[in-house]
Design a protein around this ligand. Structure first.
Ligand SMILES: Cc1cc2nc3c(=O)[nH]c(=O)nc-3n(C[C@H](O)[C@H](O)[C@H](O)COP(=O)(O)OP(=O)(O)OC[C@H]3O[C@@H](n4cnc5c(N)ncnc54)[C@H](O)[C@@H]3O)c2cc1C
Length: 386
């Protein structure tokens, strides 16, 4: 891996930077979880990105992308976070399902789903977890039954992020009578289909960030199954690989937070305890270390390699890094850390640290709980006894 950017990559970075400078909204968009208006404002931003050709730079041109490599995706992400551009409301689609569709989808499925996803016309939710199958995903009980050219879906999903306003969901369903990893299939269903009930779940702050999905004999075309019937586990593990190992959390997110942390420290340097100063330094180094490791993974994938054990190690690393960054910021802020952005004496930046901290608490849980990732590392990578 050559650690220098090529001249062509530098030209690309300048192009991204200029486009973002001209198009990123001057004022932050309203939160996409709190209201239809916020969600639709983010959808409009996805459309603006797509119109500029920046919906998902790595996808083939025919499906709404630019056909670029993963290094350019990382450069795009760095510029995106540096510009303070809006969070991607369609991240479940573009970062998780999209790459899986490119790997497993038929040409007809790719043509049907990818362009609409890239354009923000169809926003996706992930419907994997069930009340008794979160960490133990092989325990899902929702069923699919083939009926001619259709599947009939039934069951109960939970913790589906953004499903309150999204258009489609991808879920894991089991052929009745099958057990554990066998007999599972990955199927897409529209969230407004007959038989689907979407019940919002409020987070601690009251925002309807999640939903429960009740499926009562929902009919979808067999065309909506991704991969072979009964092969859903391996298709899902491919999605999980992207989620944990590469795409869900690009390094830019943490490098930007580390830069803000250093800035926060600079403004208070005279009064900071040496122990807190050391934590700032460590978090900043960890964010850079994470970036180097992702660049290394991207280089390996571009040379024909496959995602490996980093699906588990990265997941643990980025989620704990996010916690460290935010806990250190709160230590720097001292008593001010308790202020939300809405408090009269708080700058928006102070409230952002508190909000970010609350969200970082969920990092060790979503995308595969860290305890489970540690089990995988112990048993499958290190060969330790169960
Ligand atoms: C912010 C957020 C967003 C989410 N978004 C989505 C989404 O969009 N779509 C979706 O389908 N799901 C989503 N989830 C759900 C998430 O994937 C599950 O919450 C997660 O997999 C844990 O499952 P669970 O909640 O059933 O907990 P449980 O499986 O009951 O686990 C509870 C605790 O026990 C531990 N544990 C369980 N089994 C073992 C074991 N064998 N060894 C050691 N420890 C164990 C777990 O690690 C965890 O700490 C989201 C969750 C959060 C917090």
């Amino acid at each position: 891996m050559d650690l220098r950017y090529s001249p062509a990559e530098q030209v690309f970075r300048a192009e991204v930077r200029q486009w973002l400078a001209e198009h990123v909204p001057a004022a932050p968009l309203p939160d996409f979880d709190s209201s239809v208006e916020g969600f639709e404002a983010h959808r409009a931003w996805e459309r603006t990105l797509h119109a500029g050709g920046w919906g998902m730079v790595t996808w083939p041109v025919d499906y709404g992308g630019r056909g670029l490599d993963l290094i350019r995706w990382l450069i795009f992400e760095e510029e995106y976070y540096r510009a303070g551009a809006p969070l991607r409301v369609n991240q479940n689609g573009i970062f998780l399902l999209g790459p899986t569709l490119i790997e497993y989808g038929t040409p007809e499925q790719k043509a049907r789903f990818l362009p609409a996803m890239a354009a923000g016309d169809e926003i996706w939710a992930q419907a994997w977890s069930e009340p008794s199958a979160g960490s133990d995903l092989a325990g899902v009980r929702s069923t699919l039954v083939r009926d001619g050219d259709e599947y009939v879906l039934s069951g109960h999903k939970i913790w589906s992020s953004r499903a309150v306003h999204a258009d489609w969901a991808f879920g894991l369903f089991r052929t009745p009578g099958s057990e554990r990893h066998k007999g599972l299939s990955l199927v897409f269903f529209p969230l407004d289909a007959a038989g689907v009930t979407v019940k919002p779940i409020a987070r601690l702050d009251g925002k309807p960030v999640f939903a429960e999905l009740f499926l009562d004999e929902v009919r979808v075309p067999a065309f909506n199954r991704l991969g072979a019937e009964g092969q859903g586990w391996s298709v899902c593990m491919s999605t999980a690989g992207f989620e944990r190992g590469l795409m869900l959390r690009s390094p830019a997110r943490f490098q930007m937070a580390a830069a803000r942390l250093v800035e926060l420290h600079r403004g208070r340097a005279d009064s900071v305890e040496p122990e807190v100063r050391a934590r700032v330094l460590q978090a900043w180094m960890d964010a850079d270390a994470y970036a180097l490791s992702i660049y290394s993974t991207a280089s390996r994938l571009m040379a024909g390699g496959a995602i490996g054990p980093e699906t588990s190690t990265n997941k643990i690393f980025w989620s704990e890094l996010d916690l460290d960054l935010h806990r250190t910021a709160l230590a720097l802020l001292g008593a001010e850390a308790e202020l939300t952005g809405a408090a009269p004496d708080a700058s928006a930046d102070i409230g952002d640290w508190l909000d970010g901290y609350v969200f970082s608490l969920a990092g060790p849980i979503y995308a595969g709980a860290n305890e489970i990732q540690r089990n995988i590392i112990a048993e499958r990578m290190l060969g330790l006894p169960r």
